[in-house]
Design a protein around this ligand. Structure first.
Ligand SMILES: NC(=O)c1ccc[n+]([C@@H]2O[C@H](COP(=O)([O-])OP(=O)(O)OC[C@H]3O[C@@H](n4cnc5c(N)ncnc54)[C@H](O)[C@@H]3O)[C@@H](O)[C@H]2O)c1
Length: 358
């Protein structure tokens, strides 16, 4: 069992039945315990928890509808109304059992109700384990824009048990893989090298790789918990990635990790165009993304829409669109303002890569 104390959270990586989870829930024997799940974690992960921890026998189960289109306030309102009906209080405990959507929303629901309930995360997707559950960002989307409403607030505990990943669909591993690659690219060239030789989802279940990826995020977030400066590095791939994810949300949604992978490729291309990374570095990044993620084709109209969405990005400074670029593999640089024309070229480059494959 690896135990890390960071950012007001105790993070335990290893078999949850050997972790302090049982002791933590014992502290709530006189309170209500609420487990938030989505449809899949209800079916695939809940039983394991209930069978192994008898103290959860009377827990209330809150089922969230699955999918990014449901990461919205309307769903939170329904949950808060249920909490009010059940008369839940700040002394109760919320356990968020699920991927990044459950931990983002469950953390938000817990943080707002009666000015803040106790909560813990048990991430069940790879993306949740290496990224979404770590760092204290909780929130929901608004009017098609990602994570527009939210709070910084850390759970008291995060339990990361890779055995939950046995039921995760293969494509979901690649969504987590995208964020792992990003962590290597922005801060740890050795991690990047070790990640790009991974050949299967089974290899991604490696606790050591997961730990090294989490460590990158924790080190950055510890230095800048509220994203005033260096934490922005974690947004590499996300300016374009989030805009693509928002663009497709109302028609044919693409997964967060897939959007981030495309964003990584486009923003690495911009890093090359700005003469920050070498041609060889860019080609290596491009090859990894093209090998592992489906490419897309955007019409001129769609490119315009994606650019429009980017103007509303939280990370912008006034009217300029603000980017994180790579200085080299393993090092990122923040606050690079780019012109729409340059960004449009990077999006067009994604099209070129897509058509080269057909
Ligand atoms: N807070 C942060 O710092 C942060 C960082 C990165 C991403 N995010 C957010 O995370 C979200 C994406 O997270 P995600 O990719 O985990 O999405 P997700 O929560 O939708 O999970 C992906 C899919 O896998 C299913 N699933 C999860 N665990 C499973 C398991 N063990 N077995 C079977 N199915 C399982 C889910 O039901 C869902 O269908 C996005 O909304 C993104 O904005 C937040």
């Amino acid at each position: 069992m690896k135990i890390i104390q960071s950012l007001a959270s105790q993070i335990e990586i290893g078999d949850i039945t050997l972790s302090s989870f049982a002791n933590v829930i014992d502290l709530y024997s006189k309170a209500n315990i609420i487990i938030i799940v989505d449809e899949n974690t209800h079916d695939y992960c809940l039983e394991f928890l209930m069978t192994n921890f008898s103290a959860l026998a009377n827990a209330e189960i809150i089922l969230l509808p699955e999918g990014e289109e449901n990461k919205v306030m309307e769903v939170c309102f329904q949950v808060w109304e249920t909490f009010t009906e059940f008369n839940f209080s700040r002394k109760d405990l919320i356990i968020n059992l699920g991927g990044g959507i459950v931990t983002d929303m469950g953390g938000f629901i817990a943080s707002i109700f009666k000015r803040g309930m106790n909560f813990i995360h048990i991430p069940t997707s790879l993306l949740g384990m290496v990224d979404a559950s770590i760092g204290g960002k909780n929130g929901v989307d608004l009017a098609g824009f990602k994570n527009q409403l939210g709070v910084f607030n850390n759970p008291s505990h995060i339990f990361i048990d890779v055995s939950f990943l046995h039921t995760l669909p293969e494509r979901e591993f690649y969504n987590g893989y995208a964020e792992m690659l990003k962590h290597g690219l922005i801060a740890d060239a050795k991690l990047w090298k070790d990640l790009i030789v991974v050949k299967s989802d089974v290899e991604l279940m490696d606790e050591k790789l997961i730990y090294r990826t989490i460590k990158v995020k924790l080190d950055i977030v510890k230095a800048d918990p509220k994203e005033q400066n260096v934490r922005m590095k974690l947004n590499f791939g996300h300016t374009i990635g989030h805009a693509l994810e928002s663009h497709f949300l109302s028609s044919t949604p693409i997964a967060h990790g897939h959007a981030v992978a495309l964003g990584i490729c486009a923003e690495a291309y911009l890093s090359l165009k700005k003469k920050k990374i070498t041609q060889e570095e860019y080609k290596e990044i491009e090859a990894v993304i093209v090998r592992n993620f489906p490419m897309i084709q955007l019409t001129d109209e769609e490119i315009k829409d994606v650019l429009e969405i980017m103007k509303n990005d939280k990370k912008n400074n006034g009217s300029a669109i603000n980017f994180v670029l790579l200085d080299k593999i393993g090092e990122a640089v923040i606050n690079i303002n780019l012109k729409q024309k340059e960004i449009g070229e990077a999006l067009f480059h994604l099209n070129v890569l897509g058509s080269a494959l057909n």
